[in-house]
Design a protein around this ligand. Structure first.
Ligand code: ATP
Ligand code: MG
Length: 446
């Protein structure tokens, strides 16, 4: 993409309404624009990152055999009356009526909808296990929407629902989701720690929240510092293998890690003193097993293969996709702007032309652009007739992890400059080598 032809409304002034850095940078970098309280328009750069996050979520869900679909955002109240949640959900549910006076609502979550599709189409244990999910906009009329996309009213969520014959199978689904979530966050350059959580109104004994440590996080967390040493990494996972998934669950959740809702001071005191940590965290996901709560209420029942009928065991599993943009920026920025991890960056690298209009510099930039594009990479070429300082400022703010700077002086010696946004390290090298280096960096990433 050539910057002169892109739509990147970078703000010069610091937006006053933003209280935390991710919100400020998302506004300044022209990623979002507030439409009304807690509701945002996604401008091209923000939309691009959002799509990247969605892709990562889809890819990791597919590896575990989970199946994507899409449910409506506007739902009939009748289904929610069956589960008892139409009245029970409270003020966060946005209710409305259509022209015929029928009660509708904007889905804040979708247990009922998925269970309804299940009960209408699945009648036998032979069709299990089954996990269906979607990435869809949700609406919750939060009392205090704030921090930009972190606590919006309209937000994008991946929500998945498993249907299993037995509790054991459903707990395997729970473990499987833990594994896929850990992989998802790691690909986004984040460490999200699974913490024992409170199941709240959904009920059930099993639930973990995934928290990214950040000073601006809304939750207070208590953990054994050893949990931050564990990574999923590249390990091979057989998602049908119950024991392997259970072992990963145990590895990641047996050390102390809890939010304030489940914190237990006596248990925490048993963690070696030099490893006790109190910090703040951003909740980027949550998994639940809640048994037959919804399947009984809604009649999601299958032949159990032994001549009987059984209500299916279910769980639901959510990732805050739009909130993740904020979480990533909170975890990865400096005073000049965003620093995207390679896995989620909106463009793979920037190309800065120091002397737009100079035949040699223009040709070198074009050639870099063509070579990178031919390798399947997406550069953002700043071809505007602007001062170098302004071009660097924009690149730093929007946070592309790599920048190639091209100018007449370097070209005389046959070199361009490759700069890491994270470390600031510069290297002069011939253009072909810069291309090869960038291709190398992204090999296996996207
Ligand atoms: P919170 O405690 O932050 O209000 P929640 O526990 O009510 O969140 P879940 O029902 O677990 O949310 O939804 C799954 C994920 O969706 C959360 O882990 C979070 O990342 C994201 N999420 C929830 N509410 C919002 C919101 N208002 N804005 C943005 N993302 C949200
Ligand atoms: Mg939650």
């Amino acid at each position: 993409m050539r910057l002169s032809r892109y739509f990147l409304p970078v703000l010069k002034e610091t937006p006053r309404e933003a209280q935390i850095v991710s919100h400020r940078y998302m506004l300044q970098a022209g990623m979002i624009k507030q439409a009304s309280a807690g509701i945002y328009s996604w401008l091209p750069l923000g939309f691009k990152v959002l799509r990247k996050l969605e892709n990562i979520v889809h890819e990791e869900q597919a590896k575990a055999g989970h199946i994507a679909m899409l449910m409506p955002t506007l739902q009939s109240a009748d289904l929610w009356r069956e589960s008892g949640r139409y009245d029970g959900y409270g003020e966060e549910m946005l209710r409305m009526q259509d022209r015929h006076g029928r009660d509708m609502l904007f889905s804040p979550t979708a247990e009922e909808m998925f269970t309804d599709v299940f009960r209408a189409n699945v009648g036998s244990y032979k069709d299990l296990p089954l996990t269906l999910y979607q990435i869809q906009w949700k609406f919750r009329d939060e009392v205090r929407p704030r921090f930009g996309v972190m606590r919006g009213r309209e937000f994008l969520m991946k929500d998945g629902y498993n249907f299993d014959l037995t509790k054991e199978d459903a707990l395997h689904a729970y473990n499987r989701h833990l594994v896929t979530y850990l992989r998802t966050y790691e690909r986004m350059g984040l460490q999200a720690i699974p913490m024992r959580a409170d199941s709240g109104p959904i009920g059930g004994d099993y639930t973990h929240e995934f928290l990214v440590l950040a000073e601006t996080g809304e939750s207070e967390v208590f953990y054994d510092s050893a949990v931050t040493d564990i990574r999923m990494g590249e390990r091979d996972v057989d998602f049908d293998n119950h024991d392997q998934c259970q072992a990963i669950m145990d590895e990641f959740t047996s050390l102390y890690a809890r939010t304030d809702e489940t914190h237990d001071a006596d248990l925490f005191a048993k963690v070696p003193a030099d490893r006790q940590r109190t910090a703040r965290g951003i909740e980027v996901g949550q998994i639940f097993y809640f048994g037959t709560l919804y399947s009984e209420k809604l009649g999601a029942v299958v032949d159990d293969g032994k001549g009987g009928k059984a209500a299916v065991h279910m769980g639901s599993h959510g990732i805050g996709v739009s909130r993740l943009l904020g979480a990533i920026i909170e975890a990865s920025h400096d005073d000049k702007g965003i620093i995207w991890p390679e896995g989620v960056t909106p463009f793979h690298c920037g190309i800065v032309n120091l002397k737009q209009g100079d035949n040699e510099a223009d040709a070198a930039c074009q050639s870099l652009y063509d070579s990178l594009t031919a390798l399947g990479l997406e550069p953002l070429y700043d071809d505007r007739d602007e001062r170098a300082g302004a071009k660097f400022g924009t690149m730093d703010m929007i946070g592309l992890p790599w920048r190639v700077t091209v100018g007449p002086r370097g070209l005389k010696n046959g070199v361009v400059e490759l700069t890491s946004r994270r470390t600031g390290d510069n290297e002069e090298l011939p253009p072909e080598q810069a291309v090869a280096r960038i291709a190398d960096i992204y090999r296996g990433i996207s």
